[in-house]
Design a protein around this ligand. Structure first.
Ligand SMILES: Nc1ncnc2c1ncn2[C@@H]1O[C@H](COP(=O)(O)OP(=O)(O)OP(=O)(O)O)[C@@H](O)[C@H]1O
Length: 239
C-alpha cells in the first residue's frame, strides 16, 4: 500500500528554487533513507511531504503523517513530563483548549510502550538523556498512528548504543508503516534501510543499497571527487 507519493515536486524557499522534479514513492513496510549533503533539500522535502510548504509544481499524496524534528528544535527546558510531551502530538486532534479524554491518554501510553519509555512517563523531559529524548519525539509522532513516519537526523549527537536502540525501534515501526529518515550516517543507512534516496535538489538515484554501487551517483549527489573518503567508506558497506 502506498503511504507517500511525490510526483514532479518543485518547491522554492525565499524565492530560490530548492527542490525540482522530485519523484519519490514509499510503501507501508519500507524503511528508507534520504541521503544528501547539507543544503540538498532533505528537510524541505519532508516539509513538502507534510504539506507544510507550498509547491511550485507537482503533487504529494500521503496518508496520515508523523514528523520527528531534529532534537534541538524541541523545547526541553519546559517543565513538562514525558507523557505531556507525547500528548502534545495530539494537540491538533484534541484542540488547543479541550481536555484530553481517557482514549487520548491510552494512545499516549501505547506510544510510550512502543518506544520502551512507559516507566518514565511522569519524569520531567529536561531530566532525560539524548537517546531518551529522541524516543519521546518518536512517541509524540507515533501517537497519531501515522501511515508514514518522517525522521529528521535522528542520530545526531547520540552514542552508538543509543543509535542502535533507535535503529531497532525504527525497523520495528517500519514493519507496519513507511519510515523515511534523513541522515548523514551513510553506513547506518546502507546497513539498515531497504531503500536509499540520494538527493541533491532532485532525486539523483533511488533503490536498495546493493543497487547503488556506481560511485558516480554518490559523487554527483555529494559533489565530491573520486578520491573522497566517502567512496572508500561506501566500498565497505554497499556490498
Ligand atoms: N526559510 C528559508 N528561506 C530561504 N532559503 C532557505 C530557507 N530554509 C532553507 N533554505 C535553503 O534551502 C536549501 C535546502 O535546505 P534544507 O534545510 O532543506 O537542506 P537539508 O538537506 O535538510 O540540509 P542539512 O543537511 O544541512 O539539514 C538550503 O540551501 C537552505 O539554505
Amino acid at each position: 500500500m502506498t503511504a507517500l507519493e511525490m510526483t514532479g515536486v518543485a518547491a522554492d524557499l525565499g524565492g530560490r528554487p530548492v527542490l525540482r522534479d522530485v519523484d519519490l514513492r514509499l510503501d507501508a513496510g519500507e524503511f528508507a533513507a534520504l541521503l544528501g549533503p547539507n543544503g540538498a533539500g532533505k528537510t524541505t522535502l519532508m516539509r513538502a511531504a507534510l504539506g507544510l510548504i507550498k509547491l511550485r509544481a507537482g503533487t504529494v499524496t500521503a496518508g496520515s503523517t508523523g514528523y520527528v524534528p531534529q532534537r534541538h528544535e524541541f523545547t526541553w527546558d519546559f517543565p513538562a513530563s514525558v507523557q505531556d510531551a507525547v500528548l502534545s502530538g495530539l494537540v491538533r486532534r484534541i484542540g488547543m483548549f479541550r481536555r484530553p479524554t481517557v482514549a487520548h491518554w491510552r494512545a499516549v501510553w501505547a506510544a510510550l510502550d512502543q518506544v520502551r519509555l512507559a516507566d518514565l512517563r511522569g519524569r520531567p523531559v529536561g531530566e532525560l538523556s539524548g537517546g531518551q529524548r529522541q524516543r519521546v519525539l518518536v512517541a509524540r509522532a507515533l501517537v497519531v498512528e501515522p501511515s508514514v513516519l518522517l525522521l529528521d537526523e535522528p542520530f545526531t549527537g547520540l552514542d552508538m548504543p543509543a543509535q542502535e536502540t533507535l535503529t531497532e525501534l525504527f525497523t520495528e515501526i517500519a514493519r507496519e508503516r513507511a519510515v523515511l529518515m534523513a541522515t548523514h550516517d551513510l553506513t547506518a543507512a546502507a546497513y539498515t534501510c531497504d531503500r536509499l534516496f540520494l538527493l541533491n535538489r532532485t532525486v539523483i538515484a533511488a533503490g536498495p543499497p546493493a543497487d547503488l554501487k556506481d560511485p558516480d551517483l554518490w559523487m554527483r549527489t555529494f559533489d565530491v571527487g573520486p578520491g573522497s573518503h566517502l567512496l572508500k567508506a561506501l566500498d565497505l558497506v554497499v556490498a
